[in-house]
Every structure is written in C-alpha cells, then in structure tokens.
Write a protein of this length. Structure first.
Length: 104
C-alpha cells in the first residue's frame, strides 16, 4: 500500500468517525433518531388534540424534546388544560408532559 492510499483510507476513516459522532445526542441536543422520534410524538399529540372535540387545536402549541412534551398557549378554562395533558399522556413515547397552558 502506497503512502497516498494509506492517507486516503485514513482520511476516509476520520470523516466516517466524525460523521457518526455528529449524530449522537447530548443533554442539550438530540441525536438524529431522537429528533425523528420527537417529530413523530409531536405529530401524534397534535392529531389527538385535533380529534378531541373538547380541545381547540389552534389554542395549543406542542413541542417535544427527548420525549418530554411541552404544551403552551392560551385556553378558555382549566378543564381544557387538564384534558390536553390527559390526551398527551396517552401517546406512546411520551415520557413527561409539561403543561404550560395559560387559562385566559
């Protein structure tokens, strides 16, 4: 193996290692897999809220980070806030619900 072939293989290996490391998650950022899981959870929560006759979809914002769902926005009463949390907890993959809904 010539020096140039060795260098190319070495460089390719480094690129591969850094590419894989770039997909890992940390405390303040998600891995690629976690990101897609959270997108799926957010979609399921929004769909459940939309399908619930007691909840107003446009009043509730849904954000998910590492399986923790945050509900925010302004709702008409405490019952709606409680119902939104209950609906969210039923979704597979939800680890915790932070209900930051404000009753107006």
């Amino acid at each position: 193996m010539s020096n140039s072939q060795f260098f190319i293989r070495f460089l390719t290996s480094l690129i591969l290692i850094f590419s894989i490391a770039g997909c890992a998650g940390g405390k303040t950022y998600e891995s690629t897999g976690e990101y897609f899981d959270d997108v799926a959870i957010t979609s399921k929560v929004k769909t459940s809220i939309l399908g619930d006759g007691k909840l107003k979809f446009f009043q509730i914002d849904v954000t998910t980070f590492k399986g923790v769902v945050q509900l925010s926005g302004f709702v008409d009463n405490k019952e709606i806030s409680t119902r939104a949390s209950e609906v969210t907890r039923t979704i597979k993959g939800v680890k915790m619900v932070n209900n930051n809904l404000i009753v107006k």
